[in-house]
Design a protein around this ligand. Structure first.
Ligand code: 13P
Length: 335
């Protein structure tokens, strides 16, 4: 009788039709930046209240299969004293956790970063598993510059991604491998194409070196888009560049690709996702999303720390999740 390993079962739960991942794993410092933009004070209570709005939105489980939490949030409760992790699990949402500990300069570089947090990772994974987390995320970032990403930085970061993935699998947790080529800059889409190709090649070589099978991970890459100040292109071009870049590198056995939104607007992220899904419908991988800002921006702006705006924020969050789910299914319509 055929039976799924716990890891494959979790992958199947995450990669469900019509659903994707909500990345709500901003550190207190990062969420503080998002709060500052809408005039909210960065306190534990405000961060708690904000996450309560997201996680208690009625029917969100129709569009969200997994939520990525962060160390503070996995330990937090609602104002009524219920653990967020219990609320999400009751909705049938799989719990994920960000386990990297942010970025530090790589070799004293001013624009290259190395991801922190490999020390003590195994112990942290064990604790998060005991709290119900069944998948984990590690983010490496690569800035596009005249001489970056450097070979050394690529190798160091992709090695850490692979070690992280190996440790997750040892604990029966699904690794979400996130190599992000940043959108900062005025480069054109071909530069992002070449850089993403280099980065993904290095990621899959590093995974193979650590004996990690592509079958047991989920990849969370950037879409291939121009730099934020570079020449704008149509969604069809983003789709072609993204899919053609991935086709030459990513093993067919990889179960799914969940995109980050990377600073794109909610609308742009959805339109580009839909174009990729349509262009790449013959690809062997499932296409999905693991958006942070592109799921949350409108809800956060509407809430802006005001109690009377909670219902409005939840309504917008639900609507955005529904539209992103539609984009994933190729059924997105702009209004
Ligand atoms: P964005 O979708 O806002 O890029 O966030 C996704 C994420 O998890 C970044 O690590």
């Amino acid at each position: 009788m055929f039976s799924f390993s716990p890891v494959l079962k979790t992958i199947k739960q995450i990669l469900t039709p019509h659903k994707g991942i909500l990345a709500a794993d901003e550190t207190p410092a990062t969420l503080g930046k998002r709060f500052a933009a809408v005039g909210i004070e960065n306190t534990v209570e405000n961060r708690r209240a904000y996450r309560e709005i997201l996680f208690t939105t009625p029917n969100i489980e129709n569009y969200i299969s997994g939520v990525i939490l962060q160390d503070e949030t996995i330990r937090q409760t609602t104002s009524g004293g219920l653990f967020f992790r219990d609320i999400l699990q009751k909705k049938g949402i799989v719990l994920g956790i960000k386990v990297d500990q942010g970025l530090a300069p790589f070799n004293n570089s001013t624009n290259e970063k190395i991801t922190q947090g490999i020390e003590g990772l195994d112990r942290r994974l064990e604790e998060y598993y005991s709290m119900g987390a069944r998948f984990a995320k590690w983010r490496a970032v690569f800035a596009i510059g005249t001489s970056t990403p450097s070979k050394e930085c690529l190798a160091a970061n992709t090695h850490l991604l692979a070690v992280f993935a190996k440790l997750c699998l040892k604990r029966s947790m699904v690794p979400i491998v996130e190599p992000e080529v940043l959108q900062d800059g005025d480069h054109d889409i071909n530069v992002t194409f070449e850089t993403t190709k280099k980065v993904l090649t290095s990621v899959f070589l590093a995974l193979a070196d650590e004996g990690v099978s592509a079958k047991k991970i989920i990849l969370k890459p950037n879409m291939v888009v121009p730099g934020e100040n570079g020449p704008v292109v149509l969604p069809e071009v983003v789709a072609e560049k993204t899919v053609e870049c991935f086709k030459t590198i990513i093993p067919e056995s990889l179960p799914g690709i969940v995109f980050l939104s990377g600073g794109q607007s909610e609308e742009a992220a959805c339109i580009n996702l839909q174009a990729i899904v349509q262009y790449g419908k013959q690809c062997p991988w499932q296409w999905s999303f693991s958006f942070g800002r592109a799921l949350q921006n409108s809800a956060l702006q509407t809430w802006a720390g005001k109690k009377e705006q909670v219902d409005g924020a939840q309504a917008l969050f639900l609507r955005r999740a529904m539209m992103t789910s539609d984009a994933k299914e190729g059924e997105y319509q702009t209004f």
